[in-house]
Design a protein around this ligand. Structure first.
Ligand SMILES: Cc1cc2nc3c(=O)[nH]c(=O)nc-3n(C[C@H](O)[C@H](O)[C@H](O)COP(=O)(O)OP(=O)(O)OC[C@H]3O[C@@H](n4cnc5c(N)ncnc54)[C@H](O)[C@@H]3O)c2cc1C
Length: 445
């Protein structure tokens, strides 16, 4: 079966070979799956090719979305891997619980959240998604279903959390939820006029708040360069547990023949966004949808980038290098004349993930979105990779569709451990493009 299973960046778009979940299970249980034949596909919210396997088939997981059990005393929920975080929230919120960690979109699946070990605005307190996974069931091509936890099959447990879907098919998982006063958030927005202002505020903000994230106006220049807003919050005691409907209020209904995002449109947007938020400095109640998932309100917003798609670059830079390297990376993008629509800066803390391939490490994480302008954009991204590695950091694999094998391997020197536990029937375009490429001398990959 052919299906349009693009990833969020929409860089390499074509129809792909897909198979239904049941068919994949039969092939795995009967020992009929060939080498590198399969890769699970959650909801395609990864930005690049880590959720693609053009040499084989994508296993469609979204129909596997039942809640299998929920203990309202312990806050442990068990669900099939294709359930979305949005569907999970609708199930758990009426009982006073929220996800312990959530990424910036609720349209991702439980399986995808484990395989990429996603992070949210509370990494400094709660670590990654995988830190809250009690156990999961993993189907491998030796036809066994492995129950994995820190005590049962611990090697597969730590390889699968952040293991990019390469260790087998996660069928279901048990997740420990967070008890909250309400879904809503007591939010505070603090404007800063320079990056130094952010660095001065950020550590204390993490200390005092469950959630913390900064938005930067990367297009501002001159006296306004480096300005932005720091958005912090905690679950409110006086809010409510009402969940929102799925539907985006706005949408981009069709493909634009060009990118609608340019220096002029973005400059106007950023200035308006900065000024509106600057005026919100008093603490106020924010709905959970607006706080955690502001972009989910605009359906298919990635289409605004036009038919060539977008690249996201997410790096993590160790704390000691952050104050010099982050401004230099922003300056490199400005000098290249490339505009990042969304520029986000956060701190990762030192809560260790059980997953040995997990992306976060202590430091500042900078995320930038660039329209694809071909070679010019690729040259900038390569430059940003180099700055990241030179600072002792790493680049996020599940946001990527073009980093070199050298950049990946330098950031994740533990990758051979994952290769050892990779199920031979599973592979991805990302893995083929990076880990499985024979090493080249530095700079030639
Ligand atoms: C607007 C937006 C905001 C985002 N914000 C954040 C953020 O704040 N933090 C963050 O960490 N990420 C963020 N992301 C990225 C996103 O959260 C991750 O890429 C997520 O893992 C995607 O999940 P998915 O279900 O769509 O899986 P896919 O993208 O389809 O797949 C992701 C990986 O999971 C594997 N996989 C999926 N299901 C299974 C399964 N059942 N068994 C085994 N492997 C499986 C796939 O093979 C693939 O390797 C954001 C993405 C968007 C579009």
């Amino acid at each position: 079966m052919q299906a349009s299973l693009d990833s969020f960046g929409r860089i390499n778009r074509h129809s792909r070979q897909a198979i239904a979940f049941e068919q994949a299970v039969h092939a795995l249980r009967d020992g009929m799956a060939g080498r590198s034949d399969l890769l699970a596909f959650g909801n395609g919210k990864s930005y690049g090719d880590s959720c693609h396997n053009d040499a084989g088939s994508l296993v469609q997981m979204r129909q596997q979305r039942s809640v299998l059990g929920f203990n309202v005393e312990t806050g442990i929920v068990e669900a099939e891997a294709g359930i979305s975080l949005e569907e999970l929230i609708a199930h758990i919120a009426p009982h006073g619980f929220f996800l312990p960690v959530t990424p910036g979109t609720r349209f991702v699946t439980l399986g995808g959240s484990i395989a990429n070990d996603v992070h949210g605005k509370n990494h400094h307190r709660s670590g990654t998604f995988g830190c809250h996974v009690e156990s999961f069931e993993l189907l491998r091509s030796d036809s066994h279903i492995y129950r994995c936890s820190t005590t049962e099959n611990p090697d597969l447990f730590s390889a699968t959390i952040g293991g990019l879907g390469l260790t087998g098919l996660i069928l279901s998982a048990r997740l420990k939820l967070m008890k909250v006063g309400s879904l809503d958030i007591d939010e505070t927005v603090t404007a800063f006029s320079s990056l130094e202002g952010y660095f001065d505020l950020a550590a204390d903000a993490d200390e005092e708040n469950e959630y913390s994230v900064a938005w930067l106006d990367q297009l501002a220049s001159g006296k306004s360069a480096g300005r932005g807003v720091l958005i912090t919050g905690n679950h409110a005691e006086n809010g409510n547990f009402r969940t929102e409907g799925v539907k985006a209020k706005l949408g981009v209904p069709f493909e634009l023949p060009f990118s609608a995002l340019n220096r002029v449109s973005l400059g106007l947007f950023n200035t308006a966004y900065f000024n509106v938020n600057r005026l919100k400095s008093a603490p106020h109640l924010a709905g959970y949808g607006k706080f955690f998932y502001p972009l989910d309100g605009v359906g298919d917003w990635n289409r605004l980038y036009g038919p060539s798609g977008l690249y996201q670059h997410q790096s993590v830079i160790p704390f000691e290098a952050g104050r010099s390297v982050i401004p230099a990376m922003l300056e490199a993008s400005r000098r290249a004349g490339l505009s990042s629509f969304l520029t986000v800066l956060k701190r990762f803390g030192d809560v260790r993930s059980p997953g040995f391939m997990s992306f976060p490490r202590p430091g500042y994480t900078l995320t930038m979105d660039f329209p694809n302008h071909g070679e010019k954009t690729l040259a900038l991204l390569t430059r940003l990779d180099r700055m990241t590695l030179d600072a002792g950091g790493r680049v996020n694999p599940y946001k990527d569709s073009r980093m070199s094998a050298e950049v990946f391997k330098a950031g994740f020197p533990q990758w051979p451990q994952l290769e050892k536990l990779r199920d031979e029937s599973f592979c991805s375009d990302f893995w083929r493009r990076t880990a499985l490429v024979t090493d080249h001398p530095r700079g030639q990959s």
